[in-house]
Write a protein that binds this ligand. Structure first.
Ligand code: BES
Ligand code: MN
Length: 459
């Protein structure tokens, strides 16, 4: 039997080795949404496979889906009654755009101060390598105390459109006692965090079409309705004066926050100043009657992710654009059904759009919100593990971001995930200049080593 302290020591002696692997991983531009990057997606899947092989796991499969493949690996403990931990990760990343705002190339990892810069450094290549490093340190110093299974997908950042099907087909392969999902983050470097709630997400593209070509705005201005104007007016109507979403029925299925949970959330050390500092926005905004933590974790929203219409070059050009497009997404909370929201949005557009334009609405993949049981032995093991490293117990938080697999695993595998991660609010995930705070990441590796031993019940 190995000693926990040996594994901890081993990982500390190998931080540079693990960081080197992470840097090589970041160099692969595994952007799931971009068809041109398809070969890089396969390259990233193979990269994981090679690392797992190198780390002593021979049983690694790259399993095809209709989209990007899933990497699955398994390593059994020699201990007969060992529990099984299934570790989830995603090897895909968000597009790096806008490119000109990056201080260094998004796919040439660079260390500045305590941070490693690069797309995916925090979300979530760093978290995958931290998990692999913890496993590796344990495996290199003795016998593994639990059975390890890894499921690393390539479509999380586009809403995991093929993963539910994959889970349903591979239930036996995925049998486990606990799921560890390190794709959530921490509140601050001082406050390790366990996430017990995630918002869901559903995503749309709305196109509005007017004339069949761009028009001279003097020759036709005043007689032809401008699609950019139509789209902006429509979008404006999607919120009321209290910044509630106006789609009829949008809040019908929302479960109200209990007084008890409101009280607990209010104790989290996140201030309005923190949110302003993290974002650089001049002021906060949001739905009336709820405070920022409640709005982020437990209330649904409607966002505009991007808009495109007409002339956006330098200087001026006098046209009525022939079309206008908006990317619209909703963050949902438990019990809200993405299909119902599609209907609500469609009805809203039908009721509010003028007959002077044509339009169409596309829906992209998303996922349901989730709430996890915090009395699970896995949560208890992780609570202790974070305390082992940080010296204080973790905070329990409902997260505003989404990880579609968590609800799918609840529904299909009947299993809750234990959610944590070592990314910070300052990491700029999904934005230019994403980075990973290396000291926190290293503590993350140590706490995962503790987690596996704690969960196995081995001192
Ligand atoms: N890791 C994030 C989710 C997250 C962000 C959790 C911050 C905790 C804190 C994940 O990779 C992500 O970005 N998910 C997408 C899912 C969407 C495309 C369905 C998201 O939330 O936008
Ligand atoms: Mn992400």
């Amino acid at each position: 039997m190995s000693l926990r302290s040996d594994a901890l020591e081993y990982s500390k002696n190998n931080y540079d080795f693990y960081q080197g692997i992470l840097q090589d991983f970041i160099e692969i531009p595994s952007i799931s949404t971009d068809p041109i990057r398809k070969p890089n997606m396969l390259e990233a899947a193979n990269f994981i496979k090679n690392i797992l092989n190198q780390f002593g796991i021979q049983d690694v499969q790259i399993l095809e889906t209709k989209g990007h493949p899933v990497v699955f690996a398994e390593k059994k403990s020699a201990i007969k009654e060992a529990l099984t931990v299934l570790i989830y990760g995603h090897y895909d990343v968000q597009p790096p755009d806008p490119l000109d705002l990056w201080k260094t190339d998004p796919f040439k990892p660079a260390v500045r101060n305590d941070r490693l810069f690069g797309r995916g450094a925090s979300d979530m290549k760093g978290q995958i390598i931290a998990s692999l490093a913890a496993y590796h340190a344990i495996n290199s110093t003795g016998q593994i105390p639990v059975n390890f299974k890894f499921i690393i997908e390539g479509e999380e950042e586009i809403g995991s459109p093929n993963l539910a099907g994959f889970l349903a087909k591979n239930k036996d392969l995925l049998k486990c006692d606990v799921i560890l999902n390190p794709d959530a983050g921490m509140i601050s470097p001082e406050n390790p965090t366990i996430v017990y709630g995630l918002r869901g997400m559903t995503y749309f593209e709305l196109n509005v079409y007017g004339p069949d070509h761009d028009l001279h705005s003097g020759m036709y201005g005043g007689v032809i309705h401008n699609p950019a104007l139509v789209l902006s007016e429509l979008i404006t109507k999607m919120h009321d004066e209290n910044w509630k979403v106006t789609l009829p029925g949008f809040y019908d299925d929302v479960i109200p926050l209990s007084d008890e949970e409101r009280e607990q959330l209010s104790r989290l050390p996140i201030t309005e100043d923190d949110l302003i500092r993290q974002t650089g926005a001049p002021a906060l905004w949001g739905e009336k009657d709820y405070n920022p933590i409640e709005r982020l974790g437990a209330r649904p929203t409607l966002e505009i992710n991007g808009m495109l219409s007409g002339f956006i070059g330098e200087g001026s050009k006098t046209i009525i654009p022939s079309s206008a497009m908006a990317k619209i997404s909703m963050r949902t909370v438990p019990n809200q059904d993405p299909d119902k929201i599609y209907q609500q949005l469609k009805n809203f557009i039908e009721m509010n759009i003028p007959q002077t334009v044509k339009w169409d609405l596309k829906q992209f993949a998303g996922g349901w919100a989730s709430i996890s049981d915090i009395s699970h032995p896995g949560v208890i093991a992780l609570t202790k593990a974070l305390e082992n490293v940080w010296g204080i117990p973790p905070l329990f938080k409902r997260e505003g971001g989404s990880i579609p697999v968590v609800a799918s695993m609840q529904r299909i595998l009947g299993k809750d995930s234990v959610l944590t991660g070592f990314g910070l609010p300052e990491d700029k995930i999904h934005s230019p200049n994403e980075s990973l705070h290396l000291p926190t990441w290293k503590k993350g590796i140590l706490s995962l080593i503790h987690f596996f031993y704690n969960y196995a019940g081995i001192e």
